[in-house]
Design a protein around this ligand. Structure first.
Ligand code: GLN
Length: 202
């Protein structure tokens, strides 16, 4: 088994290309995933930013929703940014009609939570597990996490709101590290994928 993990980016809608670039910069082999056969081949998966209702409807249409739920349930490492964070929430506070989630993190998210005051902004965010300076958080019609269950760990807050969470092999951020050229959050995820592969091959 090669040491380089293969990480997919769910490529139904959203900022797929930026994640592929960031993952490659963080020393993973990165590939778009559109079909269940492609999902079966990756060691981990990124759920990009975009529009969570659209992604969820396309996932159902492409026959990916159940395979996605099954792999996340089985412990495949997964990282969701913004819309991707919404997809990883076990519960959405204000879902649109027809909007489903993959789930995996025991948290309740509020969609467009920051967007009401401010469509888009950047802020320095200290993220647990990311060494050095705070991360430049890019928030675009971003959700926040209203509350987390006991199994979920809060990694970052902004203005008193939870904006990064980890539960086991699942990671989620309200913001978009793939847009900044700083690959430390992707590197954290690549490390999670490596650790999971090592544990599975024992
Ligand atoms: N507001 C979007 C949603 O509900 C997320 C925005 C984003 O991913 N930048 O899906």
């Amino acid at each position: 088994m090669s040491d380089t993990p293969v990480i997919g980016v769910l490529a139904l809608q959203g900022d797929v290309r930026e994640h592929l670039v960031a993952l490659a910069a963080a020393d993973a082999v990165a590939r778009p995933v559109r079909r269940p056969e492609e999902l079966a081949e990756v060691d981990g998966l990124v759920l990009p930013g975009g529009e969570s209702t659209t992604i969820s409807k396309l996932a159902v249409l492409f026959g990916l929703m159940e395979p996605l739920r099954a792999r996340v349930r089985d412990g495949m490492p997964v990282y969701g940014t913004c819309a991707g964070m919404i997809l990883l929430a076990d519960r959405i506070l204000d879902p649109r009609s027809g909007q489903e989630t993959i789930g995996g993190i025991d948290m309740i998210v509020r969609r467009n939570a920051f967007g009401r005051q401010n469509e888009s902004f950047e802020a320095a965010v200290g993220v647990q597990g990311v060494e050095g300076d705070p991360v430049d958080g890019v928030f675009i019609r971003a959700p926040w996490v209203e509350s987390v269950g006991a199994a979920a760990e809060v990694l970052a807050e902004h203005d008193g709101h939870i904006v990064a969470v980890r539960q086991g092999t699942a990671l989620a951020t309200s913001f978009h590290p793939e847009l900044t050229g700083d690959h430390r959050v992707h590197a954290l995820f690549v490390d999670m994928v490596r650790a999971n592969r090592a544990a599975e091959s024992l």
